[in-house]
Design a protein around this ligand. Structure first.
Ligand code: HEM
Ligand SMILES: [Ca+2]
Ligand SMILES: [Ca+2]
Length: 319
């Protein structure tokens, strides 16, 4: 009578492993890396999207690619909710998926593509290389109805933000590090005008205000004109610790960014990350790993989608 080795010492196994596709599709991770690089060459902002996707998919219940599904007659997609405003480049996820389908049809899940593209996008942006596990399967439904419950909003309190991330096992320095993603990309004026009109939020650095006002000249932005401000004016294309210097200097665009630098629970970590890029990268890597392992579907749960924007047709066990 002996204890099965797979039971002994497995601890908190969530079913994910390093290099899950080693036998079923040995080239999978290389194909993703190559596609992410090619896309980045043509459209730099794809890397911002891959980074933002991991938050918007993994934080909503599970890293199950629910974010990528289109609306159907029966359900509204997560993509179409207000929290998803500004998400872009979904069609290039399909480009990556098509490259994988050519090589190994039906093998690599969209959930793993989403996570690994974020990993490789982070490298394109000058961030750390973070080894991540695979073996996630794709959910069958997009859950617009639970988005607000899981994803903090831009003007939410730090307590609420810490609670929501805490529920995924991400602690305070982890949250501070993840928000460092706002060292790249942009914010549309619709998310900012409440800090500018009718009067300017006194918490904003007066030196930064003219620039924001120039980019967002109207209290009600024209929905057709794509008006936005870059999150980090200093190094807008680089995932570095400049974000922390910005927010300490009251140049954070969102209320949450500003509060992160002022709340007594988060400020010490903000200061430490502003000083040390190494510390930021270390915490960022740890937190991205936790986020990427949030509640995955593994084994025979879910499915491997053929196309990332639609669930497969034939299925007998709809959840
Ligand atoms: C409290 C948590 C967070 C809130 C409230 C928040 C909110 C926002 C908002 C409102 C925007 C601007 C969208 C637009 O106008 O186009 C944005 C952009 C962005 N966010 Fe976050 N975010 C949070 C956390 C995160 C995390 C954890 C990540 C990734 C790890 C992330 C990555 C990004 C990126 C990369 C952009 C730029 C996107 C682009 O330029 O296309 N955010 N965020
Ligand atoms: Ca999800
Ligand atoms: Ca930057």
């Amino acid at each position: 009578l002996s204890l099965s080795p797979s039971v002994a010492g497995e601890g908190q196994n969530n079913g994910l492993v390093m290099n899950f596709y080693k036998e079923s599709c040995p080239q999978a991770e290389d194909i993703i890396t190559e596609q992410v690089k090619l896309l980045y060459k043509r459209h730099k902002n794809t890397a911002f999207s891959w980074l933002r996707n991991i938050f918007h998919d993994c934080a909503v219940q599970s890293c199950d690619a629910s974010l990528l599904l289109d609306s159907t007659r029966r359900s509204l997609s997560e993509k179409e909710t207000d929290r998803s405003f500004g998400l872009r480049n979904f069609r290039y996820i399909e480009t990556i998926k098509e490259a994988l389908e050519r090589e190994c049809p039906g093998v690599v899940s969209c959930a793993d593509i989403l996570v690994l593209s974020a990993r490789d996008g982070i490298v394109s942006l000058g961030g750390p290389h973070i080894p991540l596990k695979t073996g996630r399967r794709d959910g069958r439904r997009s859950r617009a109805d639970v988005v607000e419950q899981f994803l903090p909003d831009h003007n939410e309190s730090i307590s609420a933000v810490l609670d929501k991330f805490g529920a995924m096992g991400i602690d305070t320095p982890g949250v501070v590090a993840l928000l460092g993603a706002h060292s790249v990309g942009r914010t549309h004026c619709v998310k900012l005008v409440h800090r500018l009109y009718p009067e300017i939020d006194p918490a904003l650095n007066p030196d930064h205000v003219p620039h924001i006002l120039k980019k967002c000249p109207d209290a009600i932005p024209d929905p057709k004109a794509v008006q936005y401000v870059r999150n980090d004016r200093g190094t807008p294309m680089i995932l570095d610790n400049n974000y922390y210097r910005n927010i300490l200097d009251s140049k954070g665009l969102l209320i949450v960014d500003h509060q992160l630098a002022n709340d007594k629970r988060t400020k010490p970590y903000v200061k430490k990350m502003a000083k040390s890029q190494d510390y930021f990268f270390k915490e960022f890597s740890r937190a991205i790993t936790l986020l990427s392992e949030n509640n995955p579907l593994t084994g025979t749960k879910g499915e491997v989608r053929k196309q990332c924007n639609v669930a497969n047709k034939h299925h007998d066990q709809d959840p």
